[in-house]
Design a protein around this ligand. Structure first.
Ligand SMILES: Nc1ncnc2c1ncn2[C@@H]1O[C@H](COP(=O)(O)OP(=O)(O)O)[C@@H](O)[C@H]1O
Ligand SMILES: Cc1ncc(COP(=O)(O)O)c(N)n1
Length: 270
């Protein structure tokens, strides 16, 4: 029998296939990790934005956790959209009970399109219940601002946000993403010791729907495969940069990430 690393994503859906659970499972599959999911919210959205969403009943979310954990132990877990404080508390409880070793917390609060996905009360629950469990937390700039209650205007503010998330909120590491910054698309990883910069050219494109989900999913898959956090983030940055630089012609708004971007040069005909 073949052994394979297993990764679980806890997130909301995207019927247009670019973000949330769909992005995560596509990424796990592309990397060769066995993907599983716990769905928290069913979201009506596409590349043009979020229309509405329905949070699944807590008991039903719990039942999904139990269905996974009583049967299969994931090597790494990622969470994305957890829209209620109750779901956050439940997630924290289940991660602790299952003794999950690698947990990537993507604190999804606002979609790239600017639509709010979670409430202020839920924000507090992320900080109290989930950050202390995180191997790495991966906020974009608006999320880092909301979580730390600080304004981020400079690289030094980005680094300070990373430091606060680790030293004051208890995450093991923080990756502050610079997609919403200016200039190069630079992200900063702080692990309590040093800052590492992951740099990429900024492409002039609107095709970034699901980029945060995909990036965190590559990191999760890397950790599931036993990579170091640094190597998993490096792989994630390479994957997402290639995905953004080779956009797919799909959708009328912010197009989805291109999961074949990283091997585009190998598969394109001429
Ligand atoms: N236009 C762009 N060109 C190159 N990289 C980008 C661009 N926009 C975002 N990125 C990168 O994509 C990743 C996701 O970043 P970000 O947009 O900040 O997160 P989110 O999707 O959660 O809002 C980061 O590595 C960021 O640097
Ligand atoms: C269910 C769900 N989860 C997350 C996002 C954020 O997507 P992005 O990666 O573009 O920030 C989204 N639009 N929908």
């Amino acid at each position: 029998m073949t052994e394979i690393a297993k990764a679980l994503t806890i997130a909301g859906t995207d019927p247009s296939g670019g973000a949330g659970i769909h992005a995560d499972l596509k990424t796990f599959q592309e990397i060769g990790v066995y993907g599983m999911s716990v769905i928290t919210s069913v979201v009506s959205q596409n590349t043009l934005g979020v229309k509405s969403f329905v949070d699944l009943e807590l008991d039903f979310v719990e039942s999904q956790f139990d269905a996974v954990f009583e049967d299969i132990h994931p090597n790494a877990v990622k969470s994305g959209m957890l829209s209620t404080p109750e779901v956050m508390n439940l997630t924290a409880q289940k991660l602790k009970e299952a003794r999950v070793a690698n947990y990537v917390l993507d604190p999804v609060m606002i979609a790239s399109s600017g639509h709010e996905l979670i409430s202020e009360e839920a924000r507090v629950a992320v900080a109290k219940e989930l950050l202390p469990l995180a191997t790495v937390v991966t906020p974009n700039l608006p999320e880092a601002e909301m979580l730390t209650k600080r304004t981020i205007k400079t690289v030094s503010d980005m680094k300070e946000a990373g430091r606060v998330l680790v030293e004051e909120y208890g995450a093991k590491a923080a990756l502050i993403k610079g997609g919403h910054y200016e200039g190069e698309a630079d992200d900063y990883l702080y692990d309590g010791g040093t800052f590492e910069k992951f740099s990429a050219e900024r492409f002039d494109t609107k095709h970034t729907h699901g980029s945060g989900c995909t990036y965190a999913a590559v990191i999760t898959a890397g950790l599931a495969n036993g990579k170091s956090l640094y190597d998993a983030v490096s792989d994630g940055k390479a994957y997402i940069t290639a995905a953004i630089s080779n956009p797919l012609n799909i959708g009328k708004g912010q197009g989805p990430t291109n999961h074949w971007g990283h091997r585009w040069s190998a598969i394109q005909s001429t």
